[in-house]
Ligand binder design. Structure first.
Ligand code: SAM
Length: 328
């Protein structure tokens, strides 16, 4: 089975093309070992079922199960929920979203990393079709209470149950975490919501930016630019750029850069090469790994370019293709 990753797929994905058929699209977020995902695919043979996970052993186990069970209507994708919802799916494209037992270590100090929070829920509402369904299950009472409050304050969703949650959901396949909760005698809390006709939050698809580079002139050599380099961290709004380290190649400098954006984290290489024109250099994205050109990546390139130019009073930027909104 082909390994799929949100970093390698086009943004957004042509799901009908990927599955080879235009069919209703069902998403499970954080499927774990995949029992529920396989069940979804078997129960909905005329739907395309997408499972996303971040844990490698879960991805491998689910991929093996898909092959073993010969399920052709599943695609398993290495992705965070945040990346998938913002980059892979267009608004009003999902007929169901399932989240089973997210965030098992529910603590207030982890709240900013919690899967279900306002931004993720807004993205889910945006991606659901009118009439589309959201199902959530948890075995943590605090998580249930927090979710009930968040969901009740979401005008784009209608509760399908007579109460905030129910403790039984007949017909469900029991997931690993659900089974553990049942064996240990803990209650489970199930939610079922439906997307109504109210306007969805405006959550645009984040597409890839154009390729980026900076050309600059400086009388300095590669070594003279590398020597003063020190690790640098920059923060702006909810973006973080870490210029981690610089390395000398035979004819290039390579800078290791970590970029954290709300929907994506990337560890990339920016490469500085000498041009044919005297004293001219190009700083651009290296092709190590599978980097994607995002606003955060453009900002990282701009920060490093400006730092390199700041090293000498006669240095100056000759031209660049860094996004115009970042050049101020
Ligand atoms: C507690 S486990 C539940 C697994 C499974 N759904 C079950 O009920 O047994 C939570 C799962 O969500 C995954 N996960 C955590 N954060 C995630 C995120 N931001 N995006 C996608 N998956 C995530 C974890 O790797 C883990 O497999």
């Amino acid at each position: 089975m082909e390994k799929l990753s949100s970093l390698r797929l086009p943004w957004p994905v042509d799901w009908a093309g990927l599955f080879g058929a235009e069919r209703p699209l069902i998403l499970e977020i954080g499927f774990g070992y995949g029992a529920f995902l396989m069940h979804l695919a078997r129960q909905n043979p005329s739907a395309n079922v997408v499972g996303i996970e971040i844990a490698n052993q879960c991805l491998d186990a689910a991929e093996r199960a898909v092959v073993r069970q010969r399920l052709s209507n599943i695609r398993i994708i290495h992705s965070t929920a945040e990346t998938a919802l913002h980059h892979l799916f267009v608004p009003a494209s999902l007929s169901q979203v399932h989240i089973n037992f997210p965030d098992p270590w529910f603590k207030t100090r982890h709240s900013h990393r919690r899967l279900l929070q306002r931004d993720t829920l807004d993205a889910i509402v945006s991606r659901l079709l009118p009439g589309g369904e959201l199902y959530l299950a948890t075995d943590i009472i605090e998580y249930a209470e927090m979710s009930a409050e968040l969901l009740a304050a979401t005008p784009g969703l209608d509760n399908q149950l007579g109460s905030a949650w129910v403790n039984q959901m007949p017909g469900r396949v029991v997931t690993k975490y659900e089974g553990r909760a049942q064996r240990e005698g803990r209650a489970c809390y199930y939610f079922a919501y439906r997307r109504n006709e109210m306007t969805a939050p405006d959550v645009p698809v984040i597409r890839e930016e154009v390729m980026t580079h900076i050309v600059f002139q400086t009388p300095l050599t590669l070594d003279e630019m590398l020597t003063p380099f020190e690790r640098q961290e920059y923060k702006r709004d909810d973006m973080v750029v870490n210029l981690v380290a610089g390395y000398r190649g035979q004819r290039v400098l390579l800078f290791e850069v970590y970029i954290k954006e709300p929907t994506l984290e990337q560890h990339v290489a920016l490469v500085l090469t000498r041009r044919e024109q005297p004293d001219e250099f190009t700083l651009k994205l290296g092709m190590l790994g599978y980097p994607r050109v995002t606003p955060g990546l453009q900002w990282a390139l701009k920060l490093l370019g400006e730092w390199l130019v700041s090293l000498h009073p006669d240095a100056r930027i000759v031209n660049h293709t860094v996004g115009h909104h970042l050049t101020g």
